[in-house]
Design a protein around this ligand. Structure first.
Ligand code: SF4
Length: 357
């Protein structure tokens, strides 16, 4: 599993706390600097790349930031430097405005490079909400971009949504969910809005311009999403992720199983089974690392496994009072040697996991 962080965005979205640099073009000194650092990192970490290839699914995920700000020839430079052409899954994150602006030729060139899955950040199908989020695209762009992807033959499309915005009326959310489903994606990721430290939204909160949405509203919107997607044949395989049968993300599912991965680019994280490594967040990044303690490994295993519908092997969850109580309350269920959080309790999974660790 290889993750590559592309740290550029044309503007910052209100809620975003990811590391990214503003970029006003795809042929700037910053982009060139990033690419040469990245190519050097690929060369330096070849042994880790080979180890990850042997011990986890062979996937490539280009995330960001906004990978679609890069020219197709720059994506090609990265793919060539990695040197593999047999990815089981090769996902690239795109923004609708880039796909509309660059058109079919761009998408076809990405497919020629081996991309076989596209994850597109729609976030909402409401103009007012998109504007509030400071997204660069309109609802019309989302529909056009989706059509371009399908016309070009992208066979596996995932769309992102955000819920739990205070003041976001349920009817607006419900329409967004229905409109996104109507497009016909293979996979949907939906995240509850959170107030990230580095975000513009955090400033709004501090200035008294925004209050976090109440839990009841978030729960209602999450429940609506779950029930609509269930009705359309989507499998709720992780708290925030829904897939048509066979369309579960191979790359992301491997994170939850704690398989080794190599993250390249600024801010990217890596894991080799016992060490967590991360790159600093700047255009001349450095690698740092920590060795996980047994306690950290145990807690991380519980946390990641219980976020998924597969749950955790019952041997890995010690018999504590909390476990017995949660089983008795129906907040955990046990079958086939595994313990899971039922979908009805996914929304409060953080509390359940905190009880267990
Ligand atoms: S949400 Fe995506 S496009 Fe928006 S600022 Fe963050 S990384 Fe950039």
């Amino acid at each position: 599993m290889i993750y590559i962080h592309i740290p550029f965005c044309k503007s910052f979205c209100t809620y975003c706390g990811f590391y990214s640099e503003i970029c006003h073009g795809d042929d700037t000194p910053e982009v060139h600097k990033f690419l040469s650092f990245l190519i050097e990192e690929i060369r330096r970490r070849r042994t880790s790349l080979e180890e990850a290839r042997r011990s986890s699914p062979h996937t490539l995920y280009m995330g960001g930031g906004t990978p679609s700000v890069l020219r197709a020839e720059d994506v090609k430079t990265i793919v060539r430097a990695l040197g593999y052409d047999d990815y089981e899954e090769f996902t690239i994150e795109v923004n609708p405005d880039d796909i509309v602006g660059k058109g079919e030729d761009y998408v076809k060139r990405l497919l020629d490079l081996g991309v076989n899955r596209v994850s597109m950040g729609l976030q909402s199908m409401d103009e007012g909400v998109l504007k509030w989020m400071n997204r660069r695209h309109s609802v019309d762009d989302s529909v056009k971009a989706y059509d371009i992807l399908r016309t070009c033959g992208v066979g596996n499309v995932s769309l992102d949504l955000i819920f739990g915005i205070s003041g976001l009326d349920d009817t607006v959310w419900e329409k967004s969910v229905r409109d996104v489903i109507a497009l016909g994606p293979d996979h949907i990721s939906a995240y509850q809005l959170s107030i990230e430290d580095e975000s513009i939204l955090r400033q709004y909160v501090e200035q008294g311009k925004y209050n976090e949405a109440d839990e009841e509203l978030c729960r209602r919107q999450y429940d609506f999403l779950c029930s609509e997607l269930r009705g359309r044949g989507f499998r709720h395989y992780e708290i925030s992720n829904f897939a048509l049968p066979g369309r579960e993300a191979v790359h992301n599912a491997s994170y939850w199983r704690r398989l080794p991965y190599v993250g390249l680019g600024p801010g990217a994280h890596s894991f080799d089974g016992y060490r967590r490594l991360w790159n600093t967040s700047s255009l001349d990044w450095e690698i740092q690392q920590e060795i996980l303690t047994e306690k950290e490994v145990r807690e991380e295993t519980i946390m990641l496994s219980l976020r998924t519908s597969e749950g955790i092997s019952e041997d890995l969850l010690p018999d504590t009072g909390a476990k017995k109580r949660l089983l008795a309350e129906g907040a955990l269920e046990q079958s086939d040697g595994r313990i899971r959080i039922p979908e009805t309790h996914f929304f409060v999974s953080d509390d359940i996991i905190a009880d267990l660790i």
